[in-house]
Design a protein around this ligand. Structure first.
Ligand SMILES: Cc1ncc(COP(=O)(O)O)c(C=O)c1O
Length: 378
C-alpha cells in the first residue's frame, strides 16, 4: 500500500520559500522590531497592490479582521447582521461579540455561498451589514447580493467580505476582498496565503477607514498610552509579515496549480451520479482553497471508508450548519441547503505541494467510487 496522502502538507507547500525565510529571519532577529514596523508596512503595501486595493491594514488573525471591521462599521446592540448559514463557524462569533443580532441566510447548493433570494428574505429595517463569505475560494455572487439588497432595509447595508479562503480569486475580474466596504483575510497557515502562525488583514477604500482600523488594532491609540477609544490588541507580528511577503509573489502560481489539480479531479468525477463538486459560478475565478464534494444519498460514510482504504486524507468542512450550533441557538432558523451540505460535504487534499502520483491516486479514488463500494470495508 503506498504511503497515505495527508489532507494537508504545509512543509511541502512552504518549501519554495524555506531558504529565503531563514536567511531573512536572522536579519529580522537582529533588528529586533518584532511587532508592526517596516516588515509589516512593506507587506501591507504589497498585499494592497496584489489585491488592487487602496489600503491594507495588517492584523493578528482573520477573526480579528472581522471583529475590527464590524467595530469600524459601528455595528453594535440593536443592529442585525446577515451571516451565511454555512461557513467557518468562528466567523459569526465577532457579530455576537459586538452585541448585534445574527440573521442567518441560506446558501446556494452549487457553491456554498450566500443565496441572494435568501438574503432578500433575511433583510430587516435593522440590517446594518452583511458578511459575504467566498466559501472554499469560490466567489460569492456579489452582483446578485447587491441587487437583492437594493431598496431593502432602512439604510445602506455595509458589505463585509470574508475572503479568508479566497486570496487571489476574483469576481468579474475584480480581486476578492477588494469589492466590499471591508475585505477580511486570514493568513492562518493552511490558507492559500498562509503564515507561520496566526495573521490577517483588512482591505479598505478610504484613508480614514484605514486610519480607524490602525487605531482599533493598537488599543484605540495613535499615540502610545493615549487611547482615544476602546480598542483591541490585534497587531501583526513582523515574523508573519516577513514570511507572507516571501510567499505573496508565489500566490498566482500556487493558485494556478490548485486550479489545474482541481480540473483534474473534476474530470475524474465526470459521470459520477453520486459525487458532485461544489463549483465556482461562471462570472468568477476561484482561489480553489478546497476541493469539496457533496455525496448524494446516505453514502458519505461509504465514501469516507473508500478514501480511508485508498490512504487519502479528508476533512468535513463543515459538519453542522451554523444555526444548529449551540453558540447560535438564539438565532436558529431553518436553512435547508446549509443543513443538506453539512450532511453531505467531504473535502479532499488540494494544495500546491501535491505531487503527480498523489493527484493520480486521488483522481482514481474519485472515479472508482460507487455507493455500494466495498473496497477496504471488512
Ligand atoms: C471563512 C473563514 N472566516 C474566518 C476565519 C477566521 O480566520 P482566523 O483563523 O485567522 O481567525 C477563517 C479561518 O479559518 C475562515 O475560513
Amino acid at each position: 500500500m503506498p504511503s497515505p496522502i495527508p489532507f494537508l502538507d504545509l512543509y511541502a507547500s512552504n518549501r519554495p520559500v524555506e531558504t529565503a525565510f531563514f536567511r531573512e529571519l536572522r536579519k529580522l532577529y537582529r533588528k529586533s522590531a518584532f511587532i508592526g514596523g517596516s516588515y509589516v508596512e512593506a507587506f501591507e503595501k504589497s498585499f494592497a497592490r496584489a489585491c488592487g486595493a487602496k489600503h491594507c491594514v495588517a492584523v493578528s488573525n482573520g477573526t480579528a479582521a472581522l471583529h475590527l471591521s464590524l467595530a469600524a462599521a459601528g455595528v453594535g446592540a440593536g443592529d442585525d447582521v446577515i451571516v451565511p448559514a454555512f461557513t467557518f463557524p468562528g466567523a459569526a462569533g465577532p457579530v455576537l461579540q459586538r452585541g448585534a443580532r445574527v440573521v442567518f441566510a441560506d446558501v446556494r447548493p452549487e457553491d456554498g455561498c450566500l443565496d441572494p433570494r435568501a438574503v432578500a428574505r433575511a433583510v430587516t429595517p435593522k440590517t446594518k451589514a452583511i458578511l459575504v463569505t467566498h466559501l472554499f475560494g469560490h466567489p460569492a455572487n456579489l452582483d446578485g447580493l447587491r441587487k437583492a439588497l437594493k431598496g431593502k432595509g432602512a439604510r445602506r447595508i455595509l458589505f463585509i467580505e470574508d475572503a479568508a479562503q479566497a486570496h487571489g480569486g476574483s469576481h468579474r475580474g475584480a480581486p476578492l476582498g477588494s469589492l466590499g466596504d471591508f475585505g477580511c483575510f486570514s493568513f492562518y497557515p493552511t490558507k492559500n496565503l498562509g503564515g507561520v502562525g496566526d495573521a490577517g488583514a483588512i482591505l479598505v477604500k478610504s484613508a480614514a477607514a484605514a486610519a480607524r482600523l490602525r487605531r482599533l488594532r493598537d488599543h484605540g491609540q495613535t499615540q502610545r498610552f493615549h487611547p482615544q477609544e476602546a480598542g483591541f490588541n490585534a497587531r501583526m507580528d513582523a515574523l508573519q509579515a516577513l514570511f507572507l511577503s516571501l510567499k505573496l509573489p508565489r500566490l498566482g502560481r500556487d493558485n494556478a496549480r490548485r486550479a489545474s489539480i482541481a480540473a483534474g479531479f473534476l474530470k475524474a468525477l465526470n459521470g459520477s451520479g453520486t459525487l458532485r463538486a461544489l463549483l465556482p459560478s461562471a462570472d468568477g475565478v476561484s482561489a480553489w482553497h478546497a476541493f469539496v464534494v457533496a455525496v448524494s444519498g446516505e453514502t458519505r460514510a461509504a465514501f469516507l471508508r473508500h478514501l480511508d482504504a485508498a490512504g487519502i486524507g479528508h476533512q468535513i468542512y463543515y459538519p453542522r450548519a451554523l444555526p444548529a450550533l449551540k453558540a447560535f441557538k438564539a438565532f436558529a432558523v431553518t436553512c435547508p441547503a446549509a443543513e443538506d451540505l453539512a450532511r453531505r460535504v467531504v473535502a479532499l487534499p488540494l494544495h500546491p505541494g501535491l505531487d503527480a502520483a498523489q493527484q493520480a491516486r486521488i483522481r482514481a479514488a474519485l472515479a472508482s467510487f460507487r455507493p455500494s463500494s466495498r473496497i477496504g470495508t471488512p
